[in-house]
Write a protein that binds this ligand. Structure first.
Ligand code: ADP
Length: 264
């Protein structure tokens, strides 16, 4: 009998290993052996202790760095460079936006790079900024906005070309706690509205539980996957109720025991 699968794998990481400065005296194995899959429409967070290789993993997943062994497959193709259908958002929004361009122009940059005609670009820019609640800042400059708003512009830029997969590296680490909660809810809203697939790296376990469908827990460096934890908290999440629910707290202690096995 044939088994029918309804899930479509967008990203597949298979026995990935990454050694920096391989073959030299400075060789440093950041990732030993990491495998996991991300299905279409899923939100997967990657957590692990500092130095575990989270950023390295994201760089390999995005095609910015080549693995030393193993493979990354995106939409059925083995990854060798940064695919067009991939969006990237990094922690440091202040360095990712060009201060001499308006916010609208910043959002338009990847569209122009993809050769989109000007009229279509204008529509997409307005749509992308509106989707992050910033329709009114198109003609302003990044430096006229707060840090949280600048990160929303960076998210709008990544969304403007409607990527299949959005990769985020500690995207909310440089903003205050209230703004962080707002941005978490914004990304959940965007995900619901656009049906996008997301992979987010964070060192914050609570954030990972709040956002994810599944969490990939990495060991300390050189990393392996300690466990992939399911987060069955449903689609609608609320900062107050979800975070204080028994299910959330149980997941939290389980994840803490994985990340800090000796109760540090
Ligand atoms: P995390 O994001 O989990 O904090 P990183 O991926 O930044 O971890 O780093 C994992 C390991 O790889 C660390 O030992 C770090 O020193 C090393 N590393 C990261 N980037 C480089 C690099 N460009 N060259 C050499 N070693 C690196």
């Amino acid at each position: 009998m044939t088994t029918l699968t309804t899930t479509e794998t967008v990203l597949s990481v298979d026995h990935l290993r990454k050694i920096y400065n391989e073959g030299t005296e400075q060789a440093n194995m950041a990732i030993d052996d990491v495998s996991f899959e991300v299905n279409k429409g899923e939100f997967v967070c990657i957590v692990g202790p500092s130095g575990a290789g989270k950023t390295t993993l994201l760089r390999c997943i995005s095609g910015l760095a080549a693995p030393s062994a193993g493979t990354v497959t995106f939409e059925g193709q083995r990854l060798t460079n940064v695919p067009d259908q991939l969006g990237l958002v990094f922690q440091d929004y202040s360095r990712s936006l060009y201060p001499w361009y308006t916010n609208g122009r910043n959002v338009a940059l990847p569209l122009a790079a993809r050769g989109m005609p000007k009229a279509e670009r204008a529509v997409r820019v307005s749509e992308a900024l509106a989707s992050v609640g910033l329709g009114h800042v198109e003609k302003k400059y990044p430096w006229e906005l707060s840090g949280g708003m600048q990160q929303r512009v960076a998210i709008a830029r990544a969304l403007s070309y409607r990527p299949e997969l959005l990769l985020m590296d500690e995207p909310f680490a440089s903003v205050d706690a209230q703004t962080r909660f707002d941005l978490e809810d914004l990304i959940l809203k965007v995900r619901r509205e656009l049906g996008i697939t997301l992979v987010l790296v964070t060192h914050d376990i609570d954030e990972a539980i709040y956002l994810s469908d599944r969490i990939v827990v990495l060991s300390k460096n050189p990393s392996v996957v300690k466990e992939v934890v399911d987060v069955p908290l449903g689609e609608h999440r609320s900062q107050v109720e979800t975070r204080s629910s028994d299910q959330f707290l149980a997941l939290r202690s389980h994840l803490l025991s994985l990340v800090m096995p000796h109760g540090a």
